[in-house]
Design a binder for this molecule. Structure first.
Ligand SMILES: Cc1ncc(C[n+]2csc(CCOP(=O)(O)OP(=O)(O)O)c2C)c(N)n1
Ligand code: SF4
Ligand SMILES: [Mg+2]
Length: 275
């Protein structure tokens, strides 16, 4: 095992439940490297939802909370508000965050609560066997869209931004180093930070949507579908059609964070969090 794995993995939880070649392992690696680079292991609280992606915190030896499907953000809000010094990091699936948890998502972003949300977008409900998700591409066939998905997918980053998130970035599992740096930046940012990670799911989205369960081919496909924010400014709308924009998409340092405005108000405890 490499030194960072040796230091951070919760050995008693191993082996991973993920399928070989799943993107969740890369996201776990990028997260622990970000935590290590900031030296904040003792300060983090990691919250997972339900789904394959929700298991990321289970394997990290730190303070962790495995919550309910779609309810990561209410749990994370409670954790943060009970101790605003905590660096709360949430791991949520595309279904978990934008389907059942969609309402919590827009309101937590609107409040600009100082947490980092890492949404793993594998474009499908992975854990439950490949059902259509709010991120599944238009016309894609899944286990529950036999004739093709009739719905347009959400652009999660746009949604986060218009709802009030103050840090928004998108990466893929093929950009592990940039992702790790972005996670560190998001943790350091004071306010609601949202990172969408497009990740390969060889077993469900791979086989069903992309016609291959080969992780290397899926990563190549992901890379080919991305354009960096910098390059995008030189391209026209036609060239950008069907591409994922990757990089930091929005960074607003001027908006007041929720726990500061909440505890800054006079109240029964004189504007202080519970002891
Ligand atoms: C209240 C509730 N409804 C439904 C489920 C069943 N369920 C478990 S995981 C999941 C979907 C997971 O998809 P996603 O959030 O995209 O995560 P992934 O497995 O793809 O990482 C569903 C519907 C549940 N556990 N709880
Ligand atoms: S079903 Fe997909 S997301 Fe879930 S562990 Fe397997 S490859 Fe990963
Ligand atoms: Mg999913």
């Amino acid at each position: 095992m490499n030194p960072i794995g040796e230091k951070y993995l919760r050995k008693k939880a191993l082996p991973f439940l993920w399928c070989p070649g799943c993107g969740n392992g890369t996201i776990l690696g990028a997260t622990v490297r970000a935590i290590e680079s900031l030296g904040i292991r003792e300060d983090v609280a990691l919250v997972g939802g339900i789904g394959c992606s929700g298991w990321i915190p289970v394997y990290i030896d730190a303070d962790t909370l495995h919550s309910l499907h779609g309810r990561t953000l209410p749990f994370a809000t409670g954790l943060k508000m009970s101790n605003p010094k905590r660096k709360v990091i949430v791991f949520t699936g595309d279904g978990d965050c934008l389907g059942i948890g969609g309402n919590h998502f827009i309101h937590t972003a609107r409040r600009n609560l100082d947490i980092t949300v890492i949404m793993v977008n594998n474009q499908i409900y992975g854990m439950t066997g490949g059902q259509v998700a709010p991120t599944t591409p238009l016309k894609a066939k899944t286990k529950t869209s036999f004739y093709g998905n009739p719905e347009d997918p959400f652009d999660a980053c746009e949604l986060a931004k218009v709802a009030g998130a103050t840090y928004v970035a998108r990466w893929t599992a093929a950009h592990a180093l940039s992702l790790s740096r972005s996670i560190a930046e998001a943790i350091t940012h004071e306010g609601f930070a949202f990172i969408e990670v497009i990740a390969q799911c060889p077993t469900q989205a791979g086989r069903i949507i992309y016609g291959t369960a080969d992780p290397a081919r899926l990563l190549d496909t992901l890379k080919a579908q991305t354009v960096s924010v910098k390059s995008a400014s030189k391209l026209d709308a036609e060239a950008l059609q069907g591409k994922w924009l990757i990089g930091t998409l929005h960074h607003d340092k001027g908006k007041t964070e929720f726990s500061r405005s909440y505890f800054g108000m006079a109240g029964p405890r004189g504007g202080k969090p519970a002891a």
